[in-house]
Design a protein around this ligand. Structure first.
Ligand SMILES: [Ca+2]
Ligand SMILES: [Ca+2]
Length: 315
């Protein structure tokens, strides 16, 4: 693809969610234990990009007063549009090393986000990504069981499968899937029957069936030979686009001779006998370091990263 770096995004673009009308939300400025940040003292931001424009640029969204911007540390995001056209943006936040989910209403007229509420729960321990199911309900992945930094690394190196998926609504909160090494990206099929979960340390994508009681049951697993981060869905084809880390440990280095590479995979027909896996973008880190997400809108592709820059591509 024909790609260019996006001006103004210098400190990460960990997750990207694109509305059906082509407006893309980009979370930026993640500080994650063990992974470097290019601006450790700068609060996180949410950018907006209108992919209908010929030469789209990223604009920082203003966040309403009353929200603690200083500790804003945005991670996975998801959008929900209700029947009136109101756009809700769910943002995983890690203020002071904790996990919360922040619910915002997007006001397009003045490029702003109005903070509606902060969601905290004992089951939301170490949230990585979410997928909205309604205006105040979602599935969330916990990438670790422990939220303590040392225990989190111990859990990773011991290979414990204590990571899970939680369903949250104001009425009910419960674990709906468990046994992951580290559940990361999560998304939903266009027919809303299946939930896809990326297990980053197990190098695979799980297809789960969603039931009326919100429980998830395992359908199949697609094994890949790369670390899978966030999952985006092409609303027209149902293809899954993934930001991947081909050499994941380099994310934890801080070595200019060993930059974390970037890789974007597309999975077609995941439910079929033989899903097609295609590598659509790869870079050794000289242009783009540590790709975590790839989102598509009508032939335009946005590639985001954990702590580095972001790419705008035309396919
Ligand atoms: Ca997401
Ligand atoms: Ca992620």
């Amino acid at each position: 693809p024909n790609c260019r770096l996006i001006k103004g995004i210098e400190t990460g673009s960990e997750d990207i969610d694109i509305l059906p009308n082509g407006l893309a939300f980009i979370s930026s400025g993640l500080k994650y234990p063990g992974i470097k940040s290019l601006a450790p003292d700068k609060p996180g931001e949410i950018f907006l990009m209108d992919l209908n424009e010929d030469d789209p640029r990223a604009v920082e969204l203003r966040i309403s007063r009353g929200f603690d911007l200083a500790s804003f540390n945005p991670h996975g995001i998801s959008t929900y549009v209700d029947t009136y056209g109101t756009v809700y943006l769910f943002v995983v936040n890690h203020p002071h090393q904790k996990s919360t989910v922040e619910l915002f209403k997007f006001v397009e007229a003045d490029n702003s986000l109005v903070h509606l509420k902060t969601i905290r729960h004992d089951l939301l321990t170490s949230v990585n990504d979410i997928v909205a199911m309604g205006p105040d309900s979602f599935y969330a992945t916990n990438d670790h069981y422990f939220s303590d930094f040392i225990l989190m690394f111990l859990e990773m190196f011991l290979g414990l499968t204590w990571s899970n998926v939680v369903y949250y609504s104001p009425e009910e909160v419960k674990e709906v899937a468990a046994g992951f090494y580290s559940a990361n990206g999560i998304n939903i099929s266009p027919d809303r029957k299946y939930i896809y979960v990326a297990d980053v340390f197990d190098h695979n994508v799980h297809v789960m069936e969603k039931h009326a009681d919100w429980n998830l049951t395992h359908v199949k697993t697609l094994q890949l030979d790369t670390l899978v981060d966030n999952l985006s869905i092409d609303p027209y084809t149902g293809d899954i686009w993934i930001g991947c880390h081909p050499n994941g440990m380099k994310l934890f280095y801080d070595d200019p001779e060993n930059l974390p590479a970037s890789e974007v995979l597309r999975i077609q027909n995941i439910l079929s006998e033989e899903p097609a896996v295609t590598r659509l973008y790869a870079d050794n880190g000289s242009v783009l370091q540590g790709s975590s997400v790839a989102s598509i809108y009508e032939g335009k592709l946005l590639i985001g990263t954990v702590f580095h820059r972001a790419l705008y591509c035309e396919l």
